[in-house]
Design a protein around this ligand. Structure first.
Ligand SMILES: Nc1ncnc2c1ncn2[C@@H]1O[C@H](COP(=O)(O)OP(=O)(O)OP(=O)(O)O)[C@@H](O)[C@H]1O
Ligand SMILES: [Mg+2]
Length: 521
């Protein structure tokens, strides 16, 4: 009979008693294994349990390292992990390697008599038996070996081996689960890092087109403010790229790995805005079934972008002021005061100074927000950027439409003559429309339809467009050359003819044969 330290039931039948003891040990092992997925710690506890209660000495678990394809000792009873970390077995090497290779248990009555025994661990008792079993899921390939030295008489060794197999089975389930979870975690982490890199790439400086001096100033300002946590106010007409700039500041700041949370202040009524921004406690109002973090809290460690901040009601302006001044707030329906480390970027297309004068925007909030203003120029103030912006946006649209798009110079010249009240967004929309309208993906001036185009929109040719037209440019084909001259001449045929050294009859003939649609101004 096995003399365990564990209580025996005393049934009088040694086999029945042994079975009960082992069942109890199995139960306890399964409990230890289910408690934590830290394999080293859990397996050490299992081995201790087997030592203390099952009289299994020098318990050892080694698992296959998938990268090196070697068995690595994970836990050895009574020895610190640092001592065993260096011990490895290749498949087929020594007794342990053989168990792995053959996927069969090995039972040795006295280890000193076993020629395959390598004694690498240097802990085994030479006179005790040795049992090693593979760790595997069902009949699958083993991925580890569990071994121990029972302090038993020889006759019961095979039963002991059966018992070790049961334990190895439990270990296999847990190791498999923990490896699966580790694998999923790794995949999620990789995906997160990949997404972070993509998002960062999308909001780098090279996604903001602008070679004009005003834009260079904007870039300098972004670089400077990005390093600090100062509140930034981005101003500018609609469609000038305020949100783009807010993103660039965040993703070029030390908070780039933190969250970038956006809230449009104009999109919600005050009561919803409050719970959206500050969060709410469970039961704070009908429908608040669970506690919810607000955007301020979500942006902890990152940046909160408050778009259209000029549209806030006076009551809400006061609430926002408090957070800006004291960095504190409470969730709706909550009494606990919360503090977060959130950087604030606000944007507006309103003339806040005028609103302050009219009493529609709090002066104190205005000063709090206006610490570091960045003003985005209107597109008409930087029309030199239109050709580059157009090409950049064309590429963006081409990617979205999965096809190649080409825009002609004459189309770009037409774009240069518009004054773009809707700024870059209007330009982007115009190009997208033109792309949709052009079957072959070749965007000519005829495919471009300027929304709301009227006399006011068509400005007199700017000095840039003038200097950019070179009628002798060998890259211009005949059609483009004629169109360029017509544009230059404000679509007066006789004038254009003079520019091209043609007679009015010649140009009229070309307009007809080249199928040029005359623009009425
Ligand atoms: N300098 C730029 N380079 C490239 N794309 C730009 C640039 N400026 C703006 N865009 C593009 O134009 C569109 C409008 O930009 P954005 O949404 O940032 O403008 P906004 O100022 O926030 O407009 P609104 O005031 O209407 O909200 C976006 O698709 C943006 O990517
Ligand atoms: Mg915007």
């Amino acid at each position: 009979m096995i003399a365990t330290d564990f209580h025996t039931t005393g049934s009088g039948n040694p086999r029945t008693d042994l079975l009960e003891v082992k069942l109890e040990i199995l139960y306890q092992v399964s409990q230890v294994l289910s408690r934590s997925l830290n394999m080293q710690e859990t397996l050490s506890k299992v081995l201790k349990l087997l030592h203390d209660k099952g009289r299994l000495r020098h318990g050892m678990v080694s698992l296959l390292n998938e990268e090196t394809n070697e068995l690595q000792v994970i836990a050895l009873h009574g020895h610190a992990s640092s001592l065993i970390e260096t011990v490895r077995y290749r498949s087929g090497e020594g007794v342990i390697g053989d168990i792995m290779n053959q996927a069969e248990p090995v039972v040795v009555p006295r280890i000193a008599d076993e020629p395959r025994f390598l004694g690498r661990l240097g802990v085994y008792d030479a006179n005790l038996p040795f049992i090693g079993v593979p760790i595997r899921l069902g009949k699958n390939e083993p991925f580890g070996v569990f071994a121990a030295q029972p302090a038993e008489s020889e006759e019961l060794l095979n039963e002991q081996a059966r018992f070790l197999e049961m334990i190895a089975n439990l270990i296999a389930q847990t190791v498999h689960l923990s490896r699966q979870i580790a694998h999923e975690k790794r995949e999620l982490r990789e995906e997160r890092d990949h997404l972070r890199r993509t998002v960062k790439g999308k909001h780098g400086f090279d996604t903001i087109v602008g070679h004009t001096e005003v834009m260079h100033n904007v870039f300098d300002q972004i670089r400077q403010v990005a390093r600090w946590t100062t509140t930034v106010l981005i101003r500018g007409e609609s469609g000038t790229g305020k949100e783009l700039i807010a993103n660039a500041i965040h993703y070029n700041s030390p908070r780039a790995n933190g969250p970038f949370i956006k809230l449009n202040c104009a999109a919600l009524p005050d009561n919803l805005l409050e719970s959206e921004l500050f969060g709410h406690e469970k039961g704070a109002f009908t429908g608040a079934v669970t506690q919810r973090k607000g955007r301020f809290e979500q942006a902890d460690g990152g940046t909160l972008f408050l778009d259209e901040v000029g549209e806030l009601s006076p009551a809400f302006q006061a609430k926002l002021l408090r957070v800006l001044q004291e960095g504190e707030f409470e969730r709706v329906g909550g009494s606990k005061t919360l503090r977060v480390d959130t950087r604030m970027i606000a944007a507006t297309n309103r003339n806040l100074e005028a609103d302050v004068k009219k009493g529609e925007f709090r002066e104190d909030l205005y000063y709090r927000l206006n610490v570091m203003p960045i003003t985005m120029p209107a597109l008409r103030q930087r029309s030199e950027d239109i050709p580059d912006l157009t090409r950049f946006l064309m590429k963006k649209i081409a990617r979205q439409q999965h096809r190649e798009l080409i825009i002609t110079d004459s189309a770009i010249r037409l774009l240069l003559r518009h004054d773009w009240p809707g700024n870059v967004r209007e330009l982007e929309n115009t190009l997208e429309r033109a792309a949709i309208m052009s079957e072959g993906g070749n965007i000519d001036r005829d495919s471009i339809c300027l929304a709301g185009l009227d006399e006011q929109c068509l400005i007199t040719p700017s000095p840039i467009s003038k200097t950019q037209i070179d009628f002798n440019d060998p890259n211009l084909d005949e059609r483009e050359r004629v169109i360029a001259a017509l544009e230059e001449a404000g679509w007066v045929q006789a004038k254009a003819a003079r520019l091209l050294d043609m007679t009015p009859r010649q140009i009229a003939y070309r307009i007809q044969t080249l199928n040029i649609r005359m623009r009425l101004i």
